[in-house]
Design a protein around this ligand. Structure first.
Ligand code: XMP
Length: 525
């Protein structure tokens, strides 16, 4: 639980796939909220958290099952507004004296509903629904098997859908609201209005702003680390950059950043990152020039996992070597974000398959006996960007596409050589320049070139060429977990291919990768 002076909303997670989206919608309304799994929410927890309002998330279980997830009964005695969503609605009804029945998927009287549905209002309009039903009906997204069969005492119906006669219910006396659909998802287009009404009637005044967060965090960092020294692995990515800028504001020269140059960076990347932080922002940055070490150990290696493991291991060794030179370092700064710390309820269980070993600095703090400073732990990615802007980092930097820790190594299938990396860097720079020139950069989640381990025959002028082929990759995505290829125009692709072949010696063929994720991954390795 975080100490904050703001009014707080508690989201009790019952295991819905979309609980995080509830938090997103609320943060967009400048309301401070935290998600906690239902198992953790005890009477004592509630007393300490002191929420100004509570939301029950959806979830995959059925309240008709003995032992199904529930909040402590005391949540209903807090005297604060509660909103139950889907499973959360059923929990409220069952807990408060109503009745829930298992759904039938099809056939006469079928009550399960999955996907788009339309809710129509009953006669009385309530504040929760202000701005709703401007048309005769509202589109919502349903995903439920069970349904409420009898309302709990005190509740009335304010909206119905063909398969959910209790789609919107409320006990206005106690300010308890319960809906069968998911207002947090994109397919409930007016869902944000419902959250807006809920937090307004709960008395939130939208004081969760980035300026306030910056001020509070600066103080919190000072309180946490005092006069101790902090080190930070600066990658040039948005998260570590914003974390470094914030910590620097708090403790000035007691922060030292280490930028590890593994020789797998993009064109001019090291100069840009080090230049910006050292020269413009006055941070103390050690530029660890370790290209020979990394490229030496990667020599002759073509297996993707082996590459990743080598880079991960060397990174830790190198970081440790430089950090050891910083006398009195007691803290390690990390750009951990909120999605990484939410203890979501997982009902799937079981180990998942390792698709790729992601490279990060996990494991370092224990190994080096360092404590952690994680000033972004409460933020989502777009909030980190907003904080970065607030701290004066240039937009061009904040909006940069993600770049993986192992860098160009995983965009160079097969053996990595300095020659190939040089060609790749140039081709990538031309491609990104094209994307920027055509005003497409911000529409794309990530774009890069992969140099392929094949050479093909071409003809330039009157001569034969035998050079590398490359693949262009550009994807749209929300979180990197799934992705689709970006639909460039043929003109754009043709122009880009011509530029790369003309401007980059060593490439004579350009292809475009049209694989989505899944089944592909974003990176090639
Ligand atoms: P994949 O290739 O798994 O990538 O679809 C998903 C997102 O993660 C990035 N990525 C990494 N980021 N360390 C990182 O910091 C890594 O080892 C790593 N591998 C992939 C990738 O660029 C994409 O944004």
């Amino acid at each position: 639980m975080t100490q904050t002076a703001h009014d707080r909303l508690l989201i009790i997670d019952f295991g819905s796939q979309v609980t995080q989206l509830i938090a997103r919608r609320l943060r967009e309304l400048n309301v401070y909220c935290e998600i906690h799994p239902y198992q953790k929410v005890t009477d004592a927890f509630l007393a300490e958290f002191a929420p100004k309002a509570v939301i029950f998330s959806g979830g995959p279980d059925t309240v008709t099952r003995e032992g199904s997830p529930r909040p402590p009964q005391s949540v209903y005695d807090l005297g604060v507004p509660i909103l139950g969503i889907c499973y959360g609605q059923q929990v409220m009804m069952q807990d408060l004296g109503g009745r829930v029945e298992g759904g039938k998927i099809s056939g006469g009287g079928g009550t399960a509903e999955f996907g788009r549905a339309w809710v129509t209002p009953t006669e009385d309009r309530i504040d929760l629904l202000s701005g709703w039903f401007l048309d005769a009906r509202e589109q919502v997204w349903m995903s439920h098997g069970d349904h409420v069969a009898a309302l709990a005492p005190g509740f009335a119906v304010y909206g119905t859908s063909p398969n959910a006669p209790f789609a919107i219910t409320a006990d206005l006396e106690r300010n308890f609201f319960a809906v069968q659909f998911h207002p947090e998802v994109h397919h409930t287009p007016n869902g944000k209005t419902l959250y807006e009404n809920f937090v307004r009637l709960a008395g939130f005044d939208g004081d969760w702003t980035m300026a306030a967060y910056r001020e509070e965090m600066v103080q919190a960092i000072r309180d946490q680390v005092g006069d101790a020294k902090v080190i930070c692995a600066l990658s040039g990515g948005v998260d570590s950059s914003v974390a470094a800028a914030l910590i620097h504001e708090a403790i000035g020269e007691n922060l030292t950043c280490v930028f590890v140059d593994h020789g797998l960076l993009r064109l001019n990347e090291a100069e840009e990152v080090v230049g910006m932080f050292r020269d413009h922002m006055n941070l103390s940055v050690i530029h660890a020039q370790e290209q020979d070490l990394f490229l030496g150990e990667l020599d002759g290696v073509s297996d993707p996992e082996t590459k990743r493991k080598i880079i991960g291991r060397l990174f830790i060794d190198v970081f440790q070597k430089y950090a050891d030179q910083i006398e009195g370092a007691a803290y390690l700064a990390q750009g951990t974000l909120y999605p990484d710390v939410i203890e979501s309820v997982s009902f799937s269980g079981g180990p998942s398959v390792t698709i790729k070993s992601h490279h990060n600095v996990g494991g370092l703090p224990e190994k080096m006996g360092l404590k952690l400073v994680e000033p972004l732990r409460e933020l989502f990615k777009d909030e980190v960007r907003a904080l970065g802007r607030e701290l004066g980092l240039p937009d061009s930097f904040i909006g940069r596409h993600p770049f993986p820790g192992p860098g160009l190594a995983i965009r160079c299938p097969g053996e990595i050589t300095r020659d190939k990396l040089e060609i790749l860097r140039k081709a990538d720079a031309v491609y990104i320049d094209q994307i920027r020139k055509h005003g497409l950069y911000d529409e794309i989640w990530q774009a890069f070139v992969a140099i392929l381990p094949v050479r093909t025959v071409g003809v330039m002028g009157d001569g034969r060429t035998y050079d590398y082929a490359c693949a262009l990759r550009a994807v749209t995505s929300v979180d990197g977990m799934t992705a689709d290829y970006y639909p460039f125009s043929h003109d754009f692709l043709g122009e880009t291919a011509t530029r790369i072949i003309n401007e980059v010696e060593g490439i004579n063929r350009v292809t475009y990768d049209v694989t989505s994720k899944p089944p592909g991954t974003i990176e090639w390795e």
